[in-house]
Design a protein around this ligand. Structure first.
Ligand code: SF4
Length: 256
């Protein structure tokens, strides 16, 4: 994992966070859950920037973004709210070179602090322990080793995390809130783009000249690990190219 600067102090928070005492939130899971649930109601309809601003004011350096490096939308939005926010990237060892290049470009271009998290096992070690082609024989196990555990480890220092998932991406994401309680990890989950449509997303990218993973221009509207991501036909479900080698897998386990 890359190094990170000394923690900045959390700004004096206002709004929803202040109502429950921001300085104590990471000590009190019940208060955190109530805070997340209340913020989810209060911030529904707020702009993505306002949601990010609330999270930054509430949690300071204990707020982190997670990015798959499909593009720099979330990093750009966050950089308009604060300087040097941490961005977690899970390097599974199976990524396309274009995804790693996008990560490096985002780290250079936007005012964020990209932190790369590695699995405990290299790909070679995983094959030695579990045998070859685990991603085909048991993709849930492979995702657990290469994504879910690293995310849990990467999130450990933080109280709240944000992702760029949207309700219109998949039926499994229809019910996500702009702020919600991540019970599995006992953290506040922030989805600033939850209500954005694909059209809004595309407009934001064009209007702000956002960095985009070049694979998106080559038939990959949704990008994961290379062995588990296929090109999709124009107009097809953008996520239909994910885990096309198996019948019933639609999520990696990070968000569902
Ligand atoms: S997306 Fe595929 S290669 Fe990546 S961690 Fe999951 S199963 Fe393994």
């Amino acid at each position: 994992m890359s190094g990170r600067p000394a923690r900045r102090k959390s700004p004096a928070g206002g709004g929803v966070a202040a109502a429950v005492g921001t300085s104590d939130v990471d000590e009190d899971v019940t208060a955190l859950r109530e805070l997340a649930e209340r913020a989810g109601r209060d911030l529904e309809g707020a702009s993505a920037q306002d949601v990010l601003r609330w999270a930054h004011e509430s949690f300071g350096d204990r707020f982190v973004l997670a990015s798959s490096m499909a593009d720099g939308v979330l990093a750009h939005l966050a950089s308009t709210v604060t300087s040097g926010i941490d961005v977690l990237f899970l390097d599974t060892g199976y990524h396309f070179a274009e995804t790693l290049g996008t990560r490096d470009a985002i780290a250079q271009v936007y005012d964020v602090n990209v932190r790369t998290v590695l699995p405990v096992l290299t790909v070679g070690q995983q094959e030695a322990v579990y045998g070859g082609r685990l991603l085909q024989r048991d993709p849930d196990a492979c995702c657990a080793i290469r994504k879910v555990e690293p995310l849990a480890r990467g999130l450990a220092p933080y109280t709240a995390w944000a992702s760029g998932i949207r309700r219109d991406e998949a039926t499994t994401r229809r019910e996500i809130g702009v702020v919600e309680w991540d019970a599995r990890r006992a953290k506040v989950k922030v989805n600033p783009l939850a209500s954005w449509t694909q059209e809004q997303y595309d407009f934001y990218i064009a209007d702000n000249g956002i960095l985009v993973n070049p694979l998106q221009f080559d038939g990959y509207p949704s990008i994961g690990c290379a062995p588990c991501t296929r090109r999709v036909a124009p107009g097809a479900d953008p996520r239909s190219g994910r885990w096309a080698q198996v019948d019933d897998k639609v999520e990696c386990g990070l968000h569902a």
